[in-house]
Design a protein around this ligand. Structure first.
Ligand code: SIN
Length: 278
């Protein structure tokens, strides 16, 4: 375990996740503090901050300390600022963005390394976010399964979550592109990924974007992928974060999956998110 000098780091579960205190995210942070935040992210996979006042400009400048801002291809409809994604859940919505386990935007050629999500308005209870550690998910597989997956790639596409055929806009306030000119983005990634910074192996599939194993049909690869989807979010690999206004979650998108719990019902939940290019 790293000894931190600039920040306080308190794990929130045995699997992943730590709450960081002693930092004003909107402030002018020196390189040593940013270095410790990055180290905490690598060590805990998802880190949380509480009670942060974060303007759009400050949210973006904090994000840029970790890399370039990734521009999402499907959100920001009619928005001038393409670098910020707003996730809004209003009474009457029958679906929320991110309600199934996923890593973000994995259909892109180079998926984002991380995301920084800031709570603008949240309900007193409900609307938590769950995260799952994909190093642990990989490590818990049998040697036989690890051997079989080694070298295989899976094809990822955004066809289920954007475009006219997805039909998501009728169900929720967070709207995505569904115009006739929309085309799916499709790319293949290794099922077992090696994290570029920690050099640890992790599972890299998810039931939102992954379509099939490369070189196999959906029917052939379905049983293997369905096993991995059930396995990757076993309770002992997870943590759960309850939001308050001003809370922030910063996750490493390369070695985690996450899910927004769809239990806000008749209340409003409004979040603002940047993503960091991979
Ligand atoms: C997301 O999937 O990026 C959003 C998660 C959330 O709203 O809790």
């Amino acid at each position: 375990m790293t000894v931190y000098e600039r920040i306080r780091v308190e794990p929130i579960s045995g699997a992943l996740g730590a709450e960081i205190s002693g930092v004003d995210v909107a402030g002018e942070l020196d390189a040593a503090t940013i270095g410790e935040i990055r180290q905490a992210l690598l060590e805990h996979l998802v880190i949380f901050f509480r009670d942060q006042e974060l303007s759009v400009a400050r949210h973006k400048s904090f994000t840029r300390r970790f890399g370039d801002i990734f521009v999402h291809p499907n959100y920001q409809l009619g928005q001038e600022d393409k670098e910020m994604v707003y996730l809004l859940r209003r009474p009457g919505d029958t679906s929320v963005a991110g309600e199934k386990w996923h890593a973000d935007t994995t259909m892109t050629a180079t998926p984002p390394m991380g995301a920084i999500l800031h709570a603008l308005k949240v309900a007193e209870y409900g609307g938590d976010t769950l995260f799952a550690n994909q190093y642990l998910a990989y490590e818990a597989l049998s040697d036989g399964m690890k051997e079989m997956l080694d070298g295989l790639k899976a094809v990822h596409s955004d066809i289920r979550v954007a475009g006219p055929q997805s039909d998501v806009n009728a169900k929720r306030s967070s709207q995505v592109r569904d115009d006739a000119n929309w085309r799916p983005t499709v790319n293949a990634h290794p099922i077992v990924s090696v994290h570029p910074e920690t050099v640890r192996k992790c599972l890299f599939v998810n039931p939102v974007y992954t379509m099939h194993i490369e070189g196999m049909t959906e029917a052939e690869s379905g049983p293997i992928l369905n096993f991995l989807y059930d396995h990757q979010c076993r309770p002992e690999f997870t943590c759960r974060f309850g939001w308050k206004p001003g809370s922030i979650a910063f996750w490493d998108n390369r070695c985690t999956v996450h899910l927004a719990v769809h239990d806000v019902f008749d209340r409003v939940r409004h979040m603002q998110r940047t993503q960091i290019a991979g």
